[in-house]
Design a protein around this ligand. Sequence first.
Ligand SMILES: Cc1cc2nc3c(=O)[nH]c(=O)nc-3n(C[C@H](O)[C@H](O)[C@H](O)COP(=O)(O)O)c2cc1C
Length: 218
Amino acid sequence: MKNNDSNRIASQVKVLGISGSLRPGSYTRKAVRIALEGAREAGAETLLLDLREYDLPFSSGNPRERNYPEDVYRLREEIRDADGVILGSPEYHGGMSGVLKNALDLMGFKEFEGKLIGLVGVSGGVMGASNALVSLRNVGRALHAWVIPEQVSIPRAWQKFNQDGSLKDEGLRDRLRRVGEQVAHYSSLHALDQEQAFVKEWEIAPANPGGSRQRKLR
Ligand SMILES: Cc1cc2nc3c(=O)[nH]c(=O)nc-3n(C[C@H](O)[C@H](O)[C@H](O)COP(=O)(O)O)c2cc1C
């Protein structure tokens, strides 16, 4: 996908970032911020939500619960209003953080169905955040969202960032930005209501080397 191609249409979409770490100086928050830069560069309006600013109780498990604090409904509205979401999680004991899982449990199809989701994971250890990423992908599927294939895991995050929040490794930075760029681009494709515009934009989607085209060649 060429950057200027995605710029053409992604200006109509809004991409939210959510970090599943509440820690001051969180590397997950820094990583999500960089992914959002990619979305912004692709032309999307972006916003990094900070879960520390929301009074979120544990999910009661009742889908018709009416007695949640106002912030639950505020978060639902903000997510509903977005076209795409970048979810970032630290690896905690081989999974996503409880903070993020609970926030997602307070949401539902109304917030996520049909949304584009990009994933970012951060870990302290060498193994990276692959468990958190796999479980986030499952949650996205369960919420009927479109989780894009590309994702980024940052192992040993404490070694990877500069003081100003930028990444030392440019390749890693570019991969993070690409997640944001793709979320912006596919969100905008999803939002198109004109067939011709959709087809034109779809042409710059990654090629599928297999499928029916490949079968015809055999
Ligand atoms: C409760 C807890 C569990 C953790 N479990 C793991 C783990 O299983 N694997 C790992 O590599 N790091 C683990 N870590 C380290 C975090 O992934 C690491 O500190 C990361 O940077 C936290 O994200 P943050 O910087 O956004 O707060 C754990 C940290 C905490 C607080």
